[in-house]
Design a protein around this ligand. Structure first.
Ligand code: NAP
Length: 364
């Protein structure tokens, strides 16, 4: 089968390294270009990346020369972005204008009215927004985003409940791993023997992205923007000294309070398009409810379903809202690179990576 050539922007960073492991030997995509900052440009990838994962860098990629993140130099029709926030905004638009489809993990465009912010199990219909961008950029290119690493797992955990019973209020407190801050991230003396009760911009992302994920397409044609879900979300975000895996404690209030058994059934039974279509990176169970009294735990559960599921447990009555529970998710897999690749797999099966655009450049 001919594979679609793809580029990774920010390929040397923590999320970029996850892209390498998920895209190397992918059945539909082939890594054709790797790009990063001026510090890395021209170097072999194996020399430029401070490799952090417990697998070897694939040999062919270790030898590949790193390119600048320049839309004139990076030619792949499908681009995965793990760029830092401060440069992703303008650069991703420049790539979309030159006709690239940008599947982004960065935050600047997530809340744009015409950008689909997608979890394939939760709101695949939001992809309709891409058409608005194509017209705006007068190009075949567009940007599609995944959410913040804490928000993706919160929204995956809330979606089965909101779709079945309707949610009114959500209170969430996160304990977020160090890898969420990139490499080298938080200085060791700031985090050893400590919990830092502040992560810049994080609480706002959790509060706003969640209601966009759970929102509905507006307008009869379904491409006039998103009506955000009418749920009040309040977030506390903390950095803790774990390596990977964000743990979140959540309290929820429903429109009509269901029984605990109904809630657990909703988590157990939740499935979406990735499972129906058998997408390569799809977990079998996107939400997993653990019955043990002390699970999920970061070290034990973050890699369940290859890091692509949200693991939930400890459902009990809440004295303030209706119920409370714990959820956990891998931040650089389903919370970052895994989400970006799953979004691109959805574009592929939906026919949104038009074949004529890459057929001259397919990797045999
Ligand atoms: N880590 C997570 O769990 C996570 C989760 C969700 C979203 N995100 C988002 O994903 C993005 C990447 O995060 P990360 O954790 O991988 O960060 P990181 O480890 O700091 O990596 C940053 C990457 O961007 C490149 N870069 C830096 N400055 C650049 C410039 N001026 N021009 C071009 N490339 C530049 C770096 O290249 P050099 O090596 O050459 O400097 C590196 O490849 C960020 O937007 C972050 O907010 C991260």
């Amino acid at each position: 089968m001919n594979k679609i050539p793809v580029a990774i922007l920010g390929a040397t960073g923590l999320v970029g390294q996850r892209f390498i492991t998920l895209l190397h030997e992918h059945p539909w995509f082939e890594i054709a270009e790797l790009a990063a900052s001026d510090n890395s440009v021209g170097k072999k990838y194996g020399d430029a990346a401070k490799w952090q994962l417990p697998f070897e860098i694939p040999e062919s990629l270790a030898e590949m020369r790193v390119l600048p993140c320049d839309p004139e130099r990076v030619q792949a029709p499908l681009v995965f972005s793990a760029l830092p926030t401060d440069i992703a905004g303008d650069l991703e638009v420049a790539f979309a204008k030159r006709g690239a489809i940008v599947s982004s993990n960065a935050s600047p465009h997530r809340m744009d009215a015409d950008v689909p912010l997608v979890i394939p199990e939760v709101n695949p219909e939001h992809l309709a927004l891409a058409e608005i961008q194509k017209q705006k950029y007068a190009s075949d290119g567009y940007i599609i985003c995944n959410g913040n690493c804490t928000t993706i797992h919160l929204a995956l955990g809330l979606a089965p409940l909101h779709k079945r019973f309707g949610l009114k209020k959500v209170l969430v407190t996160s304990m977020q791993a160090l890898s969420g801050a990139g490499y080298p991230g938080v200085p060791s003396l700031d985090i050893i023997d400590n919990v830092v009760p502040y992560i810049g911009g994080e609480e706002q992302k959790v509060e706003t992205e969640t209601v966009k994920f759970l929102g509905k397409l507006k307008g009869t044609k379904g491409n006039e923007g998103i009506e955000y879900a009418d749920i009040r979300v309040s977030a506390h975000c903390n950095r803790v000294a774990t390596r990977d895996g964000h743990l979140e404690t959540v309290s929820v209030e429903f429109i009509d309070k269901p029984s605990a058994g109904d809630i657990i059934a909703a988590f157990d039974e939740f499935r979406g398009l990735p499972q129906e279509l058998n997408l390569p990176l799809a977990p079998i169970h996107p939400t997993v409810y653990r019955r043990e009294k002390d699970r999920p735990q970061v070290k034990l559960d973050r890699d369940a379903e290859k890091g692509m599921a949200t693991i939930i447990g400890r459902l009990r009555e809440c004295n303030v809202l209706d119920y409370k529970f714990v959820l956990l998710g891998h931040n650089t897999l389903r919370g970052a690179a895994g989400a970006t690749v799953l979004n691109a797999e959805l574009l592929y099966v939906k026919g949104m990576l038009e074949k004529e655009r890459w057929s001259e450049r397919v990797v045999e």
